[in-house]
Design a protein around this ligand. Structure first.
Ligand SMILES: Nc1ncnc2c1ncn2[C@@H]1O[C@H](COP(=O)(O)OP(=O)(O)OP(=O)(O)O)[C@@H](O)[C@H]1O
Ligand SMILES: O=P(O)(O)OC[C@H]1O[C@](O)(CO)[C@@H](O)[C@@H]1O
Ligand SMILES: [Mg+2]
Length: 956
């Protein structure tokens, strides 16, 4: 049914499905006679029809009552709605709710009508100055009317208030049904009664990003009509209970938390919770505080505790009932524990997720420290033994060793025997020294062991280096420095998305759904069964205990396994006998194309080392295709020359945007022939994709180009078709977020000031969107959306309202992010001036442009380690595909192209949860927007919605 309201400034369409005729009539009656909507009638007798309708018309609200029988269709509808959102970019969808803007006199007319019709409704904040009116339709959906131009702005308190009243998103059957029950039975307070109480806790060792996680949980939950409580001091807070430990959180309470290290709600290692009596107390305290759902952010220990609590809950609550400590009613209300884990720990030791919140921040601290130590080690020709945290997990040590090209690493998952470890290490170190290396770095995980499970300490390692190799050796234990400081961008992103997903998960949870844990697989946030994740994590510990190290490694995620294999190969490069027989050894080359991006040098480093370990000759083509064509700038790579490249930004081999056709395709092919190249890795952005596409298309004409070619996307814009991640985008994002933190601090200190920060990214709004999410900026303007005056005005109104409601120390610096190409007419400067003019003297604005700073600097550990992984995968791909393209000839010796052959020119990218090689031809022909020089499909749109939601932005 589509209804149009003459009361509205613009058409408001409500679409609904009611499972029976009586209810259908009731709803129609309500909209038609009570709210005086004009009715344009259609009848829908199935959920799918409704879904189709939803997909085909301009719907701004949807009202659904769904019974159990139709639950499956709800999923279908939600699927359709999501499709609709992603394809048609309709951003004004709200399920199970509608918000209608009216002139204030019309609003008063609505109130009159509701009164006359004897409807239950609420007016907020009060009758004298009403700006929001709510009424519940017979399906249980909230219809809101507001006299304000935009329903979610105004000021902090009303924003919280408003959003708290508006959402029953995606919950479908159970919540709507009980909403309906409540609204039949009782008073104006129905909405308040329906609110769920969600508690959030941080537990175990603190980790950067925990605050971002709590912030996202608090705001997302408030936005979904829930009350949120923080349990302070981890499980101790739950065991002790009471208002001192379990405190309600409001929207403003988490302001500014995004970039704070540690955890502001405290954490603990709580012995009592390990005991049943402690968990019984926790159970009672949770019930007394009225908590319906608990989200625990912590490491493997905390989530093991959470899983145990979940398993025991029925017994615990029954015991409380039997002892008459709770009533029968309470027992029934809280019979099922609704619990969810978000994984926060620097150790990255939890199975079923690629990363835990805090791990990459910690890795960042470690890499910085080792980069610094490198300089002093090099100066004195010393050896350094560096102990890093990670408890029983070697992830931090392994990744740090890769990112800093350490000489050797000790991790618990791959021990050697007591007799052998010193020989192995000494062989690697002495070979590196004999090739001219002046320094030695050995990374030791704090949980390092030998294969009989005896610990290997830094002092043990030092003794061997001194006694056997005579090296001047120092030990550095990095300690808790690794846990401190602000979260890196990735952890803010991970923590925020996990927080939002956790709130969704607990709201969708039913007694029958298994408790979830939120993790990440490559680039995709995933929901896993907590019980399985805990089981798998325990099995790693058990495998180590049983000395089954192969199994331990296989049980860690596949990325861990791969990284370890690659590190071992790279570390023996150039001195062990290559692993391939002579006849399989090849000549492979690497080239950089486009603007510089963090990680380009790591890719060259890993490419060269891995090639050497296999027996291939690694060539570098210097200064792009133009360098090759004009100056024959191609040389084989010398091991010692690239030794410190991992920590260098920019491109050591030089990069430019010239494509082979622009440089001279014939000459390029000639040099490929001359150097007998068997494969090429191109590292770069859009021009690199174009280059690979040209090389692939020219195979028919030039036999020397009939070789596998792999594009490793590398550009800060992250706009390369065929991937959701490009090298350099993480480094850039960190630079930008760091910059925004500093600018934000300046804005805060100056009190009434905001900054418009302009960021790079070409025609792609990815960087601006991510910076908005990770820096907590008020909004971001991107080329894909442009800047409408209406949106700008709304954003300025929100800013004004925000500054007006700031009090005392609550003054916060506000930042707006603008992509350099968001608008042809509205420059950053103009936007800044408009804000200043519109602010009527209440605040002022400044602009800030970080410019090319975003391209440079020390590459982030993510870019370094992914570059390593991708470069080695690319070599493996070339080894595998060489014969496919080399032998692609028909009977008379002509080149014979086919899908299989053309797919040997590939993009190595991340799409959702997978790392994939995909045909450049397919990507170039079907997925590339050649005019705007970027991928056609936008994969980060939901990130924009989340970023906006968490700062309460109103989107027109
Ligand atoms: N098996 C368990 N049963 C009950 N509670 C547990 C269990 N394991 C851990 N916990 C609870 O979780 C708390 C934190 O666990 P732990 O010290 O192992 O840290 P973590 O969550 O693994 O984080 P991190 O390793 O990052 O410090 C413990 O102090 C305890 O209260
Ligand atoms: O801070 P604490 O309690 O000394 O614990 C240190 C441990 O915590 C962690 O930092 C996180 O689990 C481990 O890496 C380390 O072993
Ligand atoms: Mg742990």
């Amino acid at each position: 049914m589509t209804l149009e309201s003459p009361l509205c400034n613009s058409t408001a369409t409500v679409i609904f499905y009611a499972p029976n005729a009586a209810l259908y009539e009731q709803v129609k009656e309500f909209y038609k006679n009570v709210l005086n909507f004009t009715v344009d009638e259609h009848s829908y007798d199935s959920c799918s029809l409704l879904a189709n309708k939803a997909a085909s018309c301009n719907v701004s609200a949807i009202s659904l009552l769904v019974d159990e029988e139709n639950a499956a269709s709800v999923t279908e509808i939600e699927g359709n709605i999501n499709n609709l959102l992603s394809h048609k970019k309709k951003r004004d969808w709200r399920t199970l709710q509608s918000a209608i803007s009216l002139e204030s006199d019309k609003l008063l007319a609505v109130i009159e009508k509701l009164k006359n019709a004897n409807c239950e409704f609420q007016i907020r904040p009060d009758e004298l100055n009403p700006f929001e009116v709510y009424v519940i339709d017979p399906l249980g959906s909230i219809v809101g009317f507001t006299a304000l131009k935009n329903a979610f702005a105004v000021n902090e308190s009303s924003r919280t208030f408003k959003s708290a009243d508006f959402v029953f998103e995606g919950e479908a059957a159970s919540s709507v049904r009980s909403f309906l029950d409540d609204s039949h039975s009782s008073s104006n307070d129905a909405a308040v009664k329906r609110q769920r109480n969600i508690a959030v806790m941080t537990s175990g060792g603190d980790a950067p990003g925990m605050n971002a996680n709590v912030r996202a949980i608090v705001r997302s939950a408030i936005n979904k009509n829930c009350r949120v409580f923080a349990v302070h001091e981890g499980y101790s807070g739950l065991v002790n209970g009471g208002p001192e430990y379990i405190k309600e959180m409001k929207w403003v309470d988490v302001r500014g938390w995004l970039n704070m290290g540690g955890t502001n709600i405290g954490t603990a290692r709580c012995k009592e919770f390990r005991e049943r009596w402690g968990r019984l107390k926790a159970c009672k305290n949770m019930i007394e505080a009225g908590i319906d759902a608990l989200i625990v952010c912590g490491g493997d220990g905390s989530l093991t505790g959470a899983d145990l609590f979940r398993a025991e809950w029925p017994d615990l609550i029954k015991e409380l009932l039997d002892k008459k400590e709770i009533t029968e009613d309470t027992y029934h209300t809280y019979k099922h524990l609704n619990i969810c884990g978000t994984v926060g720990s620097i150790d990255n030791d939890m199975s079923s997720t690629d990363a835990t919140i805090g791990a990459f921040s910690s890795l960042d601290r470690i890499c910085h420290a080792i980069d610094y130590i490198d300089a002093t080690a090099n100066s004195h020709q010393r050896a350094f033994v560096i102990e890093v945290m990670g408890r029983h997990c070697g992830w931090l040590a392994l990744m740090a060793a890769i990112a800093t090209s350490a000489d050797y690493v000790f991790i618990p998952e791959k021990p050697t025997s007591v007799d052998e470890w010193s020989d192995h290490m000494c062989e690697a170190v002495s070979q590196h020294r004999s090739r001219g290396k002046r320094k030695t770095i050995v990374v030791v995980a704090e949980g390092a062991i030998s294969s009989n499970l005896t610990p290997i300490t830094c002092e043990d390692v030092k003794k061997v280096l001194v006694d056997r190799l005579g090296l001047d050796t120092r030990v550095t234990t990095l300690g808790h420095v690794q846990r401190g400081g602000p979260a890196v961008a990735f952890d803010r992103f991970l923590a925020t998305l996990q927080g939002v997903a956790a709130v969704d998960a607990v709201l969708e949870g039913t007694p029958d759904t298994p408790s979830p844990m939120i993790g990440i697989a490559e680039n995709k946030i995933v929901r896993r069964k907590l019980v399985d994740a805990v089981k798998l994590t325990k099995s790693v510990a058990k495998a180590i205990e049983d000395k089954d190290f192969e199994k331990a490694i296989s049980l860690r995620d596949s990325e861990f396994h791969e990284h370890l294999k690659y590190l071992i190969a790279m570390n023996t490069a150039d001195f062990r006998e290559p692993s391939l027989p002579v006849k399989k050894r090849k000549n492979f080359a690497i080239i950089n194309v486009g603007a510089p991006a963090g990680g380009m040098n790591s890719a060259t480093y890993a490419f060269a080392n891995y090639c050497m370990s296999r027996g291939h000759v690694p060539y570098a083509i210097y200064n792009g295709f133009s360098g090759l064509a004009r100056h024959e700038s191609i040389r084989s790579i010398d091991w010692l020359n690239i030794e410190n490249w991992n920590s260098l930004g920019g491109s050591e081999i030089g990069t430019n945007r010239t494509t082979p056709e622009e440089a001279d395709l014939g000459l390029v092919a000639y040099y490929f022939e001359k150097y007998q190249l068997d494969g090429l890795i191109v590292v770069g952005g859009f021009e690199a994709l174009e280059s690979v596409s040209q090389l692939e298309a020219a195979r028919e004409s030039y036999p020397s180009l009939r070789i596998p070619v792999v594009l490793i996307p590398a550009t800060i814009s992250n706009n390369v078709p065929g991937t959701e991640y490009s090298l350099g985008s993480d480094t850039c994002l960190n630079k930008l977020v760091e910059y925004c933190d500093i600018i934000g601090q300046s804005a805060s200190a100056t009190r009434n000031r905001c900054f418009v920060v302009e960021c790079q990214g070409g025609n792609c709004g990815y960087m601006a969107t991510m910076a908005q999410l990770c820096a907590g900026a008020e909004c971001s303007y991107v080329p894909e959306e442009g800047i409408s005056l209406e949106q700008l005005e709304t954003d300025i109104q929100t800013l004004k309202a925000g500054y007006a409601s700031d009090k005392g120390r609550n003054h916060t610096g506000r930042i707006l992010i603008k992509s350099e190409k968001a608008s042809k007419a509205l420059s950053t400067e103009v936007i800044g001036q408009m804000i200043s003019l519109e602010s009527e003297g209440r605040f002022d604005s400044r602009t800030a442009i970080p410019g090319h700073v975003q391209q440079g600097g020390i590459p982030s550990p993510i870019d370094r380690t992914r570059a390593t992984r991708f470069a080695i995968k690319a070599v493996e791909f070339m080894e595998e595909k060489w014969s496919v393209v080399h032998n692609a000839e028909d009977e008379i010796g002509e080149f014979e192209d086919s899908d299989e052959v053309s797919a040997t020119a590939a993009v190595l990218g991340i799409e959702r949860s997978h790392v994939k090689f995909r045909s450049v031809k397919t990507i170039w022909n079907n997925e590339t927007s050649h005019g705007t020089r970027m991928r056609r499909e936008i994969f980060w749109e939901n990130i924009r919605d989340i970023a906006d939601m968490l700062v309460g932005r109103v989107k027109i």
